[in-house]
Design a protein around this ligand. Structure first.
Ligand code: 26Q
Length: 752
């Protein structure tokens, strides 16, 4: 501790007490970086490249201090000098280099890879602006650029790059690295590629910019708006830039290890995170042929290197590009993709598996499916649906390629860091082995009848709720009722996730309370979500939720019994505050649509009870905790799939036949919402729900209402609830990303 103090004060040039938080942040960053660098390990043998368009890493200071074993000392030293580590951590900008689940998963994986001591780096893009910043005015989502790179950044300038050809021009990439610290483990790296000519100043009001000026815009934004051709082409540029740089890096590092490139698979394996980096496959082949390999040798070895993860079964998310775009932007890949298509066609008569279809559209996933050596889904039910339905044609062709890797989360960030109170109790009762082996949490079951432990769990949750309530009051101006239930739905806004169904429940409760039926205790409904700017119905759902927030707030008959808050700019940092305070975890996607979900796992670990459909990892949570400890509702995935096949779902029937459903849906365009809301948005939303409702909210609404009511009623038996909470935490170890990564390594990567 004394050494730490001396070190800090030497760098500060003054005493800790006299330094301001910014100076402290800077020197803490410096010493963390140096400690991280000391734990790097020479690159020998086979190495994993986790290639992804998204890495939603969140703030790094606290996480790195924990992983490096410095957190406690730093926190205490600062406290002794009248400083707060939490306040210093606030100063860090969150790098929001991802949208949601897929990007956050990549970040959890990097943590686990380093913790398990594996040789594996991330490869991504250095977006200047992360996912947009959201604010909420006049019941509408407004977006603005989120600039995260400042003078004091975690990035290390590698002063190297590669020449990348796109549309006949040469672009010189520039590599930045971020250290990835393992918990009591080694340090790996996240490699982020950028272009020096990118110009932040071309961003006009909102997040608008000149989409044609590739030299200025290439790495400006994560997922630029792709509602027009220029936007879509920019995505192709980004994807190629990512893939080509990853290929160069991989080959470069293998050569540095003295590799015979014909046996490149001895030195490298690449995990392709969804289809966004798919061009890695033809690009590796291209670069290897330039290095002197024959096409056949190159294609063979690349097929032993590349593995593909599928994260969604939604058709619109499976990327397809017009061949004409590729001819314009990456003509060097087109002959390679044509040969790959030709060879794939010779393997089967099934035209549905073609890479280039008869309309000259290139199906990116098909490249991965034919030429990757492994294809995995991200939860058991998701993998089963891929095999039996969505990708049945490919699983017949390549039955051995398909495998499941149920997602996971890092318990370092999602329990140790974000929930210090619960972590301290767990350390006290179980010791600290769970930090690295989350299955140890199961030993908590021995305390399931221990009145003292159950009471402490309730106390901890209460304190976490109070902390969150204070933050929400400060940021959102809404006072939550901490003696009431905290029911939370936080995730990207998407119709399949069915925030609109939750809204219908809230309307139903509102009307019940108006009619005199009061809940046993206050209900707090908490939402956090960003909607893609071009996704109109999603904006309409946000609009409805914000109107409900105002209506409830202004209604003295109702607001003693219920509150709704839609938090602004939901991101990793906010999630770290919300999740420890969650009591009911809303996981209500239409069965078959949510590949896995990962917030379900985070809430579970923090002792919330899942209210969920039989979708994604909910199914596995249910199997682990049993029906006493999870609330399941809704039609199952097979029933949903059968409805789609028969095209026999008519939302209008449910609306017309059931007065409870009708009343809730009609409220959307009733006098209270219309008086303060946008009639066009509200009518569009209501019409969609009655005439389309593609994600079948109305089928499940009645069951959702009755199971949710039961869940809230059961909450009243506080010790029974505490026991449910305990069982959830105890069983959550199955969802550690350490377990997931061990499986990837044993079954796919096979690193030494
Ligand atoms: C595709 C085409 C054009 C433009 C954008 C996209 C696009 C962008 C992002 C498609 C998909 C994504 C992100 C998907 C994602 O986050 N999927 C989530 O992955 C999690 C981790 O596996 C799962 O837990 C979630 O269930 C899944 O929704």
């Amino acid at each position: 501790m004394r050494k730490l103090q001396e070190e800090l004060e030497k760098r500060l040039g003054c005493s800790i007490g006299n330094a301001d938080d910014r100076q402290l942040y800077r020197v803490l960053l410096e010493i963390t970086q140096e400690e991280a660098a000391r734990r790097e390990v020479p690159d020998t043998g086979r190495k994993l490249y986790y290639v992804s368009a998204e890495f939603l890493i969140g703030k790094l200071l606290g996480n790195n201090l924990i992983n490096l074993g410095m957190y406690k000392d730093v926190k205490e030293l600062l406290e002794q000098n009248g400083k707060s580590l939490a306040e210093i951590e606030e100063l860090e900008n969150e790098p929001s280099l991802g949208n949601g689940g897929l990007g956050r998963l990549a970040a959890c994986f990097l943590d686990s890879i380093a913790t398990l001591g594996l040789n594996g780096d991330g490869v991504g893009l250095n977006y200047h602006f992360g996912l947009f910043h959201q604010d909420l005015k006049n019941h509408i989502q407004n977006v603005s650029p989120d600039r995260w790179i400042t003078g004091t950044s975690w990035e290390v300038d590698r002063r190297k790059g590669y020449d990348i050809q796109m549309a006949g021009k040469t672009y010189r990439s520039h590599l930045y690295d971020i250290y990835v610290t393992g918990y009591e483990g080694r340090t790996n790296r996240l490699h982020l590629f950028d272009l020096d000519t990118v110009d932040d100043s071309i961003v006009r009001d909102g997040i608008d910019f000149d989409k044609k000026a590739i030299d200025k815009n290439l790495t400006l934004f994560l997922y630029p708006d792709d509602s027009d051709d220029d936007g879509r082409k920019l995505r192709v540029y980004q994807e190629y830039f990512l893939s080509a740089n990853a290929a160069h890096l991989l080959i470069d590092e293998a050569k540095a290890k003295g590799a015979d490139l014909a046996q490149l698979d001895k030195y490298a394996v690449a995990q392709i995170n969804d289809t966004h980096p798919t061009m890695l496959i033809p690009e590796l082949i291209r670069q290897l042929t330039l290095e002197g390999l024959s096409f056949d040798t190159a294609a063979d070895v690349v097929s032993k290197i590349c593995a593909y993860t599928n994260h969604t079964i939604l058709a619109e998310a499976l990327e397809k590009w017009p061949l004409a775009y590729l001819k314009e932007i990456v003509p060097q890949l087109v002959p390679i993709i044509e040969i790959l298509d030709d060879r794939a066609r010779r393997r089967t008569d099934d035209l549905s598996t073609a890479i280039i279809d008869s309309g000259d559209t290139v199906h990116m996933a098909h490249i991965d499916l034919h030429y990757g050596f492994s294809v995995n889904g991200v939860a058991r039910i998701h993998t089963r649906i891929l095999k039996e339905t969505e990708l049945a044609n490919f699983s017949r062709l390549y039955p051995d390629k398909f495998n499941n890797k149920t997602n996971g989360i890092t318990f370092r960030r999602w329990l140790m860091e974000c929930n210090p109170r619960l972590s301290a109790l767990l350390d006290e009762k179980l010791g600290t082995a769970w930090h690295k082996d989350a299955q140890e949490l199961e030993k908590l079951l021995a305390f399931s009848e221990d009145a003292d432990v159950l009471e402490r769990l309730l106390q901890i949750k209460k304190q976490n709720k109070e902390d969150l309530a204070a933050i929400i009051l400060d940021k959102e101006g809404v006072q939550l009722q901490t003696d009431g239930i905290f029911d939370i739905q936080v995730k990207r806004l998407h119709e399949y996730k069915r925030q609109q169904m939750n809204a219908l429940y809230i309307i139903h409760k509102y009307l019940e309370i108006k009619a005199g039926k009061k809940p046993a205790r206050p209900l707090n409904f908490i939402f956090g979500a960003k909607a893609a700017p071009a996704y109109i119905i999603a904006q309409d759902i946000i609009h409805l939720l914000l109107l409900l927030q105002t209506i409830i707030d202004n209604d003295p008959d109702v607001n003693p019994y219920m509150r709704l808050v839609f938090v602004t700019n939901y991101n990793v940092t906010y999630a770290e505050k919300l999740i420890p305070a969650g009591e009911v975890s809303e996981q209500i996607s239409l069965a078959s649509k949510e590949a896995s979900g990962t917030s379900n796992m985070k809430f579970m670990a923090n002792g919330a009870i899942t209210l969920g459909t039989g979708d994604g990892a909910n199914v596995e949570i249910r199997q682990l905790v049993g029906d006493d400890n999870l609330y399941n509702f809704g039609i199952d995935a097979d029933t949903v799939i059968a409805h789609y096949e028969k095209a026999d779902y008519r939302a209008r029937d449910y609306y017309e036949k059931d007065p409870v459903i009708r009343e809730a849906v009609d409220f959307i365009t009733g006098p209270q919402t219309m008086a303060i809301g946008d009639p066009q948005r509200l009518s569009r939303l209501k019409n969609d729900m009655i005439n389309k409702d593609w994600f079948m909210a109305l089928i499940d609404l009645k069951d959702y209402i009755s199971v949710k009511d039961q869940c809230f009623a059961d909450y009243e038996d506080r010790s029974a609830w505490a026991k449910k909470s305990l069982v959830n935490t105890a069983k959550s170890g199955a969802f550690s990303s350490d377990r997931t990564i061990r499986q990837y390594n044993e079954e796919i990567w096979k690193l030494g």
